[in-house]
Design a binder for this molecule. Structure first.
Ligand code: HEC
Ligand code: HEC
Length: 437
């Protein structure tokens, strides 16, 4: 859009220069004094009108993206231009005057809309204070998109990720591969049908379920409808494991997905409601009401486990880091979800099996010596850094490529990366793990 306007503008300036040249040429060639006087006047008006028109377009272009209050100025200029052109092309005069009047009305209305609230609203702008419960479904969905992807409109951006961290594991669009976790497109549809009707789900009968966890907490019951299934998936991933996605060796009885309301992700119930609303709204479906969603979570998350209500805080900016490097290294591993995929000696909870055990003091030298190694690392720390910021530089056998997220180079501070590299360099097979610093 911006480019198009830019090109149109530069062509416009050229065309205008040409026009001015032509007009002056014609005028010089007129010999009758009266006709010459009229021609001079018309040329003058014509040039001013054309000039105003372009200034108007340029102004419109510059203010198009910001919600700028100068926008109506463009409309006023266009109005003036049309009136001037009416003087110039006397035959079309009436038409142009009507057109000009309509522009004037448009300018007045948009000026009214743009100016008034800012002038009259003497209150400081509402910042950071968000009440999820009183939002429209679209507003709530927008907050959900911010929590999942870090910003509105970010859902199609490769590597976009917000505090919910879901894109670390999940794909969200048709055709995208979901190797490490189910693609969440179509979730609202399948949640209430396929999933609940799966004999392995055994709707309403916790005792019959063969999973690591039978229910979220004793007596919490099981999902009765699609929204409850989604709430249960988030609060108690190991209550039902989508076939083929379980932790290796558990026969799909245990899920590698972290409970979303627990640290390090710790989404509050209102935030979870925003996430779920986005999952429905982005498919053009009607989401359950805010109250219904909250109730579904209350069924699976006991009062004591509910993160402090955070509905008043806006989701962090798109650039928010997963870890800033001030944390001890075990927290960095947890916050960045390395622990969900990797077993890391000495790090509590790091028992993942989706990727290799990170004994890099032993592994890294072997990797660099491998005949298939095409990366550029010369030392253990370099190899670890490369594996984190460019996981496809060398793919550890027998793991598939493109499973490890490629976002850590942007989502971890230099300090956090250094702590990770320092720690992993010291982890050796068969030796006691290094101390956490
Ligand atoms: C560390 C990886 C990981 C992260 C992070 C993660 N998930 Fe998952 N998720 C999985 C895996 C693996 C499964 C499949 C196993 C299971 O059913 O629990 C899954 C299952 C699900 C399901 C059930 C899907 C279905 O088709 O039935 C939902 C819903 C879901 N995740 C939502 C989310 C949301 C929303 C987030 C972010 C707030 C998130 N997940 C974060 C790995 C992850
Ligand atoms: C969604 C799962 C997943 C997450 C999250 C993940 N990894 Fe990985 N990682 C893998 C897989 C799979 C491999 C092996 C395939 C490859 O080399 O790309 C791997 C490979 C590695 C290797 C190379 C190991 C070796 O022995 O050569 C390192 C180092 C590593 N990951 C570190 C990390 C760190 C640090 C984090 C967190 C910041 C992290 N990974 C997060 C899945 C993951």
């Amino acid at each position: 859009m911006g480019n198009l306007i830019n090109e149109a503008l530069s062509m416009g300036w050229m065309a205008m220069a040409l026009l001015v040249g032509l007009l002056i040429y014609f005028q010089v060639s007129i010999s009758d004094p009266v006709a010459k006087k009229r021609a001079t006047f018309k040329t003058f008006i014509g040039i001013i009108a054309a000039f105003l028109m372009f200034v108007a377009i340029a102004n419109y272009k510059n203010n198009f993206y910001g919600e700028n209050r100068l926008l109506p100025v463009s409309l006023v200029m266009i109005t003036a231009t049309t009136f001037m052109l009416a003087l110039y092309f006397t035959n079309l005069g009436a038409l142009l005057k009507i057109g000009g009047f309509m522009f004037f009305v448009a300018a007045f209305l948009s000026g009214y809309g743009n100016w008034l609230p800012q002038v009259e609203g003497g209150f400081p702008p509402k910042e950071e204070k968000l009440d999820f419960s009183s939002m429209t479904p679209q507003q709530l969905a927008d907050e959900g998109e911010k929590i999942i992807f870090g910003g509105i409109g970010q859902n199609k951006v490769q590597g976009a990720i917000g505090k919910g961290q879901c894109p670390l594991c999940h794909a969200f669009h048709q055709g995208m591969l979901g190797e490490r976790a189910p693609n969440l497109i179509g979730l609202p549809e399948r949640a209430g049908k396929e999933r609940l009707e799966d004999p392995k789900y055994s709707k309403g009968k916790p005792a019959a379920r063969e999973y690591a966890q039978k229910e979220a907490f004793p007596g919490s019951g099981t999902a009765e409808n699609g929204q409850e299934y989604i709430a249960e998936s988030h609060a108690c991933p190991s209550c039902y494991v989508v076939a083929g996605y379980g932790v290796k060796g558990t026969n799909d009885k245990e899920s590698p997905m972290p409970a979303i309301h627990k640290p390090p992700i710790s989404l509050s119930l209102p935030e979870l409601a925003a996430v779920d609303t986005w999952l429905y709204v982005r498919e053009g479906r009607e989401a359950p009401s805010y109250e219904e969603i909250i109730k579904s979570y209350e069924k699976f998350i006991p009062e004591a486990d509910r993160p402090k209500q955070q509905e008043e805080k806006a989701a962090g900016p798109a650039s928010a880091l997963l870890a800033d490097g001030s944390e001890p290294v075990d927290q960095i591993f947890a916050k960045a979800q390395c622990v969900s995929c990797h077993t890391i000696p000495g790090i509590p909870g790091a028992t993942g099996t989706i990727g290799p055990k990170l004994e890099e003091g032993t592994n890294a030298p072997l990797r660099i010596k491998d005949k298939d190694y095409k990366g550029s690392a010369k030392s253990t720390p370099e190899y670890i850094m490369e594996s984190i910021v460019d996981p496809s530089a060398y793919v550890v056998k027998p793991f598939p490529d493109n499973t490890m997220p490629k976002v850590f180079g942007q989502k971890l501070s230099a300090g956090a990366l250094k702590k990770i590299v320092d720690y992993l360099s010291q982890v050796k097979a068969g030796a006691p793990p290094p101390k956490i610093s």
